[in-house]
Design a protein around this ligand. Sequence first.
Ligand code: UDP
Ligand code: MG
Length: 156
Amino acid sequence: MQVEQRTFIAVKPDGVKRGLVGEIIKRFETKGFKLIGLKMLNVTQELAEQHYGEHKGKPFYNRLIEYIQSGPIVAMVWKGYDVIHSARQMMGSTKPLEAQVGTIRADFALVKEYNVVHGSDSVESAEREINIYFKPEELCDDYENMAEKVIERLDD
Ligand code: UDP
Ligand code: MG
């Protein structure tokens, strides 16, 4: 069964610097997901540690914390049917070499250390990450998304 979910997606600093913000937004937008949160920000040390707490102690942790602070990110919340899993599929594997052709990481990234995009991996991490980056009043869910409209019509 398809379930409506929310997920946290971010264009990482390398993606912003390389001018990939529009391209990445476009993929989720044209897929039919609903954009309900969007902001550009500089990640602080505290935010970085909160976001990537699960990786603390791993060999790549310190570099990851530096990487996510190496320039602004574009933080987003997207909503839709199975959006968490679907967005992960659209992003492709962490290692761009293993990512399926046509995914964001396969198309735009060379190495896992600079893989241009972040996406939550479960319902729990999505809610946790959304709350790290957005206040509830910053989310704008009160409008009609065209893809949702089409699905409503099918259900009639
Ligand atoms: N990462 C890295 N080296 C690794 C594994 C991960 O630099 O060996 C970075 C990479 O930017 C990745 C992030 O840490 O996107 C978080 O890792 P995770 O395993 O959660 O991958 P993701 O969920 O982003 O695919
Ligand atoms: Mg992850």
